[in-house]
Design a protein around this ligand. Structure first.
Ligand SMILES: NC(=O)c1ccc[n+]([C@@H]2O[C@H](COP(=O)([O-])OP(=O)(O)OC[C@H]3O[C@@H](n4cnc5c(N)ncnc54)[C@H](O)[C@@H]3O)[C@@H](O)[C@H]2O)c1
Length: 325
């Protein structure tokens, strides 16, 4: 596979969970990194990420991606972009649809309008497997009909479509990654709004019981963030474009995931509670993702096992929990 050298990259939403890990990975690769982030209080933004990345000496700009025209010097300097900016709460999107469409769609259109005339050759946009909604046929590949169950899914999907059309008009390559459940160091664990796993992690870090809704037999795949950042890097340097599912081939019941966590801290435990009504309508049930396209064309690999990844994540939060709880 043909690869190109990346000199400098703009990471939007770089002070959130994936951005923290991606920025550090790129710095290790000797790539110049510019981070733009609006420090949105309803996101996984964390002040500790800002301090950690500042120490590494990269350029951090506070601002929304729609206002990128205020930072033309950055656009002049970068040849690639990873667009991670956005809000990820599915229930939040139902409670506040306008904030969701603003940060997940409108701001990205403003961004695309503002990069006209600059020499950006590649953009990676992180979408979500939530765009598929509930599917009958598993595993779900990229040809499945998109039918989101919540506003976040709608807005992420419409931004995918804007990216596809703008890429032809503005002549850049775009890779759209539909991510499954990503976990690891720096994920949001303060409350249960952003991911079930972040909340499970909170419970074991604080010696509390993990609550499982229903019987816990729905399955999910989890991908360790260290494996994801490698695939994002490949998406930038390889001569590819298009839409790719990115997750893990291995699925686990929620019950099993909770058991692995409780093994890490036996002071925690598992309790089963009825499924809350508010979540019933947007729950996608069991989901198995087909990653073959990303494995073939992006050399997507899952190196870190769930046991190892959860252990690393647990140890990170034991050390830095003061910044995250
Ligand atoms: N974490 C996952 O499991 C997961 C799964 C599917 C998709 N994704 C996608 O990956 C991306 C990153 O996810 P994450 O877990 O790091 O989220 P995160 O909430 O930790 O980080 C998102 C960052 O974007 C910033 N942001 C929000 N709106 C912005 C705007 N208008 N302008 C500039 N910055 C803005 C926030 O301040 C935050 O720092 C998101 O787009 C999300 O939809 C993540």
């Amino acid at each position: 596979m043909k690869t190109k050298k990346i000199k400098s990259v703009l990471i939007t939403g770089g002070l959130g969970f994936i951005g923290l890990n991606l920025s550090q990975f790129f710095i290790q690769k000797g790539i110049e990194v510019f981070v733009l982030d609006s420090k949105n209080e309803n996101s996984g933004y964390n002040e500790f990420h800002l301090l950690t990345l500042k120490k590494k000496g990269l350029t951090i700009i506070e601002g929304t991606i729609g206002n990128i025209h205020k930072h033309r010097e950055i656009l002049k300097n970068v040849d690639s972009v990873v667009d991670l900016a956005g809000l990820i709460g599915h229930l939040d999107s139902m409670k506040n649809p306008l904030a969701d469409i603003e940060n997940n769609t409108v701001e990205h259109i403003r961004f695309l309008e503002n990069i006209k005339g600059f020499k950006i050759s590649k953009i990676v946009y992180t979408s979500t497997r939530q765009v598929y909604g509930k599917q009958e046929k598993m595993p779900v590949d990229e040809n499945a009909t998109v039918k989101p169950l919540d506003f976040n899914g709608i807005n992420k999907y419409s931004t995918e479509s804007y990216y596809s059309i703008y890429s032809k008009h503005l002549n850049f390559d775009v890779v759209i990654l539909r991510l499954s459940n990503i976990y690891g160091e720096g994920m949001h664990i303060r409350d249960k709004r952003l991911s079930f796993l972040g909340w499970f992690m909170n419970r074991i870090i604080t010696n509390n019981p993990i609550e499982i809704f229903g019987d816990g037999l729905n399955v999910r795949d989890l991908l360790y963030v260290g494996d994801l950042v490698n695939t994002i890097y490949n998406s930038l340097v390889m001569d590819v474009s298009g839409i790719f599912n990115v997750g893990s081939d291995k699925t686990f019941t929620l019950k099993r995931i909770a058991e692995i966590l409780v093994d890490l801290n036996p002071k925690s435990s598992i309790i089963y509670v009825p499924f809350p009504d508010v979540l019933k309508n947007i729950d996608i049930g069991s989901f198995i993702i087909d990653n073959s396209k990303a494995k073939n064309l992006l050399e997507h690999r899952e190196i870190v096992s769930i046991e190892e990844g959860l252990k690393k994540t647990y140890e990170y939060f034991q050390k830095y929990k003061g910044y995250y709880l």
